[in-house]
Design a binder for this molecule. Sequence first.
Ligand SMILES: O=C(CO)COP(=O)(O)O
Length: 247
Amino acid sequence: MGRTFFVGGNWKMNGSKKEIKELVGAWKDADTDKNTEVVIGCPAIYLDLLSNELRSDWKVAAENVYKKKSGAYTGETSVDMAKDCGIEWAILGHSERRDIFGETDEEIAEKCAFALENGLKIIPCIGEHLEERENGTTMDVCAKQLEAMAAKIKDWTNVVVAYEPVWAIGTGKVATPQQAQDTHKDIRKWLEDNVSADVAASVRILYGGSVNPGNCAELAKCPDIDGFLVGGASLKPDFTTIINANK
Ligand SMILES: O=C(CO)COP(=O)(O)O
């Protein structure tokens, strides 16, 4: 079976042309694990630049795409536009898209299906808020988010799920390996029960939330953690340490 280890960066709304060139330059010849798949998410306006500058064995992700082919959707980025810039991936349903921009489970599921059907691979994000973890409803929240996606996604081959507890994002409060492993296991079980045993066994589940070069190795040892989605630490040259966490 063997799920290929996957490390994604998510730059969010950060970076400049100058900073991107410097960072990509620092990574150019870095000795990174050839068995790890690497994808960097960057703001739409820099997708073209990043896809031209980034080493060719790493891929680029849009941080959002819309669910329509083209038309009167001011400010949106289409799947075809991303592909036109050489982009193979999209991060969808990040908690910042949900909480700040009001994207619903339903809308995210529609974007997931549209992106997949039109040739992008996707990293849909799920995860609970602090209050929900404290209430013991973590898996109810994740299941509801997954359920909306599963109703629309026909083929999970090009899906990599990111579990990102909202309380761990940008806070320095990383989930413990046990907390992350337990939830990843529950997510895999949900996929087994609600999609198929094959999908559950083959889908990569990434952990995201305050991952850094110091905590990645312990998390990477967990059997159901297949990689990471990294925010702040993906804007630094030593992101390569996280890429090598599974070595
Ligand atoms: O939101 C994240 C990745 O999508 C995680 O962000 P941080 O790594 O900065 O906590």
